[in-house]
Ligand binder design. Structure first.
Ligand SMILES: [Zn+2]
Length: 222
């Protein structure tokens, strides 16, 4: 299974396979194609995490963001997906990282977590990155926002001024990767557009259907 996915194997000491490929992300630079950073062939979608109920641990906010608001915005992103998935996914926010299927937090530079997961350098062009993996003892999903996003800056109130990047919008995009979605640049303003295109606070039925199609897709590719 998944033999067609080019896997990222960087300095692994245990059997921890980053199935996802990892992603990309909304990039503030127009025309940038994040797929080459995913370690997979262009257009190859990630594998969705398997469980219908997933626990989510939200790490403390960095000093430049209000912690309470940060948590609210990340949770809202997952709730937005619940609303268009017709019960196919339910997310439970937990306070114990050790029981979390999904961890959401900020990182800068290298991502390295002892004993569990691969080291991955976050490209300086990216806003955030998503890992999905389902091989124990690894946590299965990680969403890392980048602390330093250059000239842009993180905001949490749907701000639309130049250079503002909305936390909730990016969280919704990343959560889409955990559902198995790749990028979709054929539908304007689709949450899975490669490039960040402004604040999005609700998902469309079409976006929900895209995710349901991935969740119900056969596990084995021909
Ligand atoms: Zn992406």
């Amino acid at each position: 299974m998944r033999r067609r996915l080019p896997l990222i194997l960087i300095g692994l000491s245990i059997a921890c396979v980053p199935v996802e490929p990892d992603s990309d992300l909304f990039d503030p630079v127009p025309g940038y194609d994040g797929d080459h950073l995913a370690g997979r062939a262009a257009g190859e979608p990630p594998s969705p995490l398997p469980d219908a109920v997933q626990t989510v641990y939200i790490e403390p906010a960095p000093s430049f963001l209000n912690d309470r608001r940060w948590r609210q915005e990340v949770e809202a992103a997952f709730r937005a997906w619940e609303q268009v998935l017709d019960g196919a996914r339910h997310y439970v926010v937990v306070g114990d990282r050790s029981v979390a299927d999904v961890v959401v937090g900020f990182r800068d530079g290298e991502i390295q977590e002892a004993g569990a997961c691969p080291t991955q350098v976050i490209d300086r062009e990216l806003l955030a990155v998503t890992f999905a993996q389902d091989v124990p003892p690894c946590l299965r999903g990680r969403i890392y926002f980048r602390v330093d996003i250059g000239a842009a800056r993180w905001t949490m109130h749907g701000a639309v001024e130049a250079g503002a990047v909305d936390v909730q919008t990016v969280a919704m995009h990343e959560a889409g990767h955990l559902l198995g979605l790749g990028h979709n640049d054929t539908v304007p303003r689709h949450i899975m557009n490669t490039a960040y295109g402004g604040v999005v606070r609700a998902l469309t039925p079409g976006e929900g259907q895209d995710a349901l199609d991935r969740l119900h897709a056969p596990k084995q590719r021909p």
